[in-house]
Design a binder for this molecule. Structure first.
Ligand SMILES: *Cc1c(COP(=O)(O)O)cnc(C)c1O
Length: 453
């Protein structure tokens, strides 16, 4: 079969190979790349996953897309190296489980995508004899995952901007203790300021000679690896051919699109529950058909999900036959009835998030942090609409509670255990630069530190 090509959701740029989609990030027409067809796995191929380790499942899923891009043996080696940590599936009750995606080096699910992306990008750059600087703004988890994944990758430099007062100390240390090719800059401002500075840098002709890339969450190279853990969970919990339910704490909807991709590839999925915090543009759209993004985005305890307009909705809408541009304007309605059949979404307040952390701890001695608690509460909301009736179900926990010790202690009265990797990091010295939220200053900084010598 011929290689899968990637089309822009805006429909104005030509289709490209995965390699090109990957190195570009965004399409020239500002749309998002998405496969023009989905390779499918047969029921037998999926059933065979039951006996395989995670890295092997990752290899079998991702190799559907990498034909002609890299040899199978190399992809296999990359999968083994990237996925060398545990993915616990903890039973809660009946066939309901929590999948902990928080055991990677920076204790959030963003490690799954960042570690694959860094290895593939490092390889392409080496092949092309090129160098690249990854410039990224973070509210916490992305910066840490990207910095760790690209640390000491030859040919790559990393600059991470973070808002000095909006990142927890544990989150910060995961970025500022690395050094080498990783620079971190604390901005006296908000996350929005950091993001605006990064966007201006990409558009700045004075920096045109610097090879900058964003590695941001809309890159298809981050999305595809996020389909693998859905296959993995089903391989452990569902019988061959048996549909499974997933509840996913959602911000930019990249994680949730991973589940959609898995279903398109043949995984039997009964329902995808997209659980959000107070940023409720999607659940409102799903029920009313009217899309209104939230500007500015609302703050909440699940801070990695404070997204007023989830970029990945453009991909979801395209899949259901509609068209949404990057501003969130709907040019064509998707098939809402089909979306409602496949998806459920509800919005969870901060009060309810904290209540859920307490409730799950008291009832099951299971510790969730705020993002996982949003997914749990959303799953409960879905069950009020349809009985679970014995289906296997998985609620995703996307961060380790130890990243938010103060919040957890206030909610349930004790601080969470710190995993060994974070304990070591917490003791290391930090190095970061500090800057006011001023673009001119930032430009001078980039010119001083990134210009070829
Ligand atoms: C980024 C993040 C999310 C949201 O993931 P999206 O793909 O943006 O929907 C949820 N939980 C945690 C802990 C995160 O870091």
């Amino acid at each position: 079969m011929s290689a899968v090509l990637f089309r822009s959701t805006n429909g104005q740029s030509p289709p490209v190979t995965l390699r090109e989609a990957f190195l570009r990030g965004q399409a020239p027409d500002r749309g998002l790349y998405f496969p023009d067809r989905f390779p499918t796995l047969t029921a037998e191929q999926i059933a065979a996953f039951a006996g395989l380790p995670y890295a092997e499942i990752a290899f079998r899923v991702l190799s559907c897309y990498t034909e002609g891009m890299l040899p199978a043996a190399d992809l296999k080696a990359i999968c083994r190296e990237a996925y060398n940590f545990e993915i616990p599936l903890e039973k809660v009750h009946d066939r309901v489980h929590v999948m902990r995606l928080d055991q990677g080096p920076t204790a959030s699910f963003k490690d799954f995508a960042a570690r694959m992306m860094a290895r593939l990008m490092g390889r392409f750059l080496r092949e092309d004899g090129r160098e690249l600087t990854i410039l990224t703004a973070t509210s916490g988890d992305t910066g840490a995952a990207v910095a760790h994944a690209f640390h000491n990758v030859p040919g790559v430099r990393v600059v991470v901007l973070f808002p000095i007062d909006e990142v927890s100390l544990s989150q910060r240390k995961l970025m500022t203790t690395l050094g080498d090719n990783v620079r971190t800059v604390a901005i006296d401002g908000k996350f929005d300021d950091c993001q605006a500075m990064v966007k201006r840098a990409f558009a700045d002709p004075a920096l045109g000679h610097l090879p900058l890339s964003s590695a941001n969450s809309i890159n298809i190279g981050r999305l595809l690896p996020q389909s693998v853990y859905y296959f993995y969970a089903a391989s452990r919990l569902a019988r061959p051919g048996e549909p499974i339910v997933f509840s996913i704490p959602s911000g930019n909807f990249g994680d949730m699109m991973g589940a959609v991709v898995a279903r398109q590839m043949g995984l039997p999925v009964r329902k995808i529950v997209a659980s959000v915090n107070d940023n409720d543009a999607f659940p409102r759209f799903l029920s009313s058909g009217v899309y209104e993004k939230i500007v500015p985005s609302r703050n909440s305890v699940s801070n990695a999900m404070n997204v007023g307009h989830p970029s990945n909705l453009a991909r979801l809408v395209a899949l259901y036959g509609g068209r949404m541009d990057e501003q969130g304007t709907l040019h064509q309605q998707p098939n809402l009835a089909a979306m409602r059949r496949d998806l459920f979404s509800s919005s969870i307040s901060d009060d309810r998030t904290r209540e859920t952390i307490r409730e799950v701890w008291n009832n099951y001695q299971l510790l969730l942090e705020a993002h996982g608690a949003v997914a749990w509460a959303g799953f409960q909301d879905w069950q009020k609409t349809e009985p679970l009736a014995g289906s296997p179900a998985v609620v995703l926990e996307t961060a380790n509670p130890a990243k938010f010790p103060e919040e957890i202690e206030q909610t349930i009265g004790f601080a969470p255990d710190v995993p060994p990797s974070m304990e070591a990091t917490n003791k290391m010295p930090e190095h970061f630069d500090r800057m006011v939220a001023d673009y001119e200053a930032f430009r001078s900084y980039l010119l001083a530190h990134l210009s070829p010598s």
